[in-house]
Design a protein around this ligand. Structure first.
Ligand code: DX5
Ligand code: ZN
Length: 226
């Protein structure tokens, strides 16, 4: 089973409600919070995320690209999000951040940048509900997919299976029609797509196409293994 999470980073911020309602066939709504320090871009913060959670028909998947998630992550959990992802690189005590998120009643998720070894996420598998592997350098939409990150999904998938854990594996960055099969075959089951979805004329149709392409890739893969 694959999940599609359109990123509103590529939406029209002046018509955000309209653009959120246009992806209602997706599974999650991905909201990128950037602080201009952890990444060289600035998006939105607590008051806007709060309103998004209130009006979104989909559960909200907050991706925090901010410094000091030790203080801030739990504040986002209290806004009505379904899942909160923080960056391993930004946290002083990642284990504690994950615990605080779960205690606040949201799915806890840790993200790793392209330069961060996958072992840092594997060490936290018992504390999280999802691992986000960045397939671009965080900060901007519309960048090129980094296929060299695929071994991270393979390692994570093996570790999750070994542990018998129920941890989702999310890919974020450059996911679209041309890359979705690769990332799903590597082990990702939760796919963020920003420019691919919002660049399409019919956003919900694009969501369905991506889900179909991902499911086909998975089916082919399991047929090959049998
Ligand atoms: C980038 C963000 C992504 C971004 C992906 O730092 O975390 O969620 O919106 O955009 P695309 O899908 O266009 O690469
Ligand atoms: Zn993101």
């Amino acid at each position: 089973m694959v999940r599609i999470a359109p990123s509103i980073l590529s939406a029209d911020f002046v018509n955000l409600e309209r653009d959120i309602l246009e992806v209602s066939d997706a599974d999650w709504l991905h909201v990128d919070v950037m602080d201009g320090h952890f990444v060289p871009n600035l998006t939105l913060g607590v008051p806007v995320v709060k309103r998004i959670c209130e009006i979104s028909p989909l559960p909200v998947d907050v991706h925090l690209m901010i410094e000091d998630p030790d203080t801030w992550a739990v504040r986002y959990a209290d806004l009505g999000a379904g899942s909160v992802t923080f960056h391993f690189e930004a946290a002083t005590n990642p284990r504690q951040v994950a615990r605080d998120l779960r205690a606040a009643g949201v799915r806890a998720s840790v993200a790793i940048k392209p330069g961060t070894p996958v072992e840092r996420a594997i060490e936290l598998l018992d504390e999280v509900d999802m691992v986000l592997v960045m397939t671009v350098e965080p900060g901007f939409g519309g960048q090129e997919f980094m296929a060299d990150q695929m071994p991270k999904f393979e390692a994570l998938r093996a570790a999750v299976d070994r542990a018998g854990a129920d941890v989702w594996l999310q890919a974020d960055g450059g996911v679209g029609r041309d890359t979705i099969a690769t990332v799903v075959r590597a082990g990702a089951d939760t796919l963020v797509a920003g420019s691919a979805v919002y660049g399409a004329h019919d956003r919900n149709a694009e969501v369905r196409s991506l889900r179909e392409l991902a499911s086909e890739a998975l089916a082919e893969d399991s047929a090959r293994r049998d």
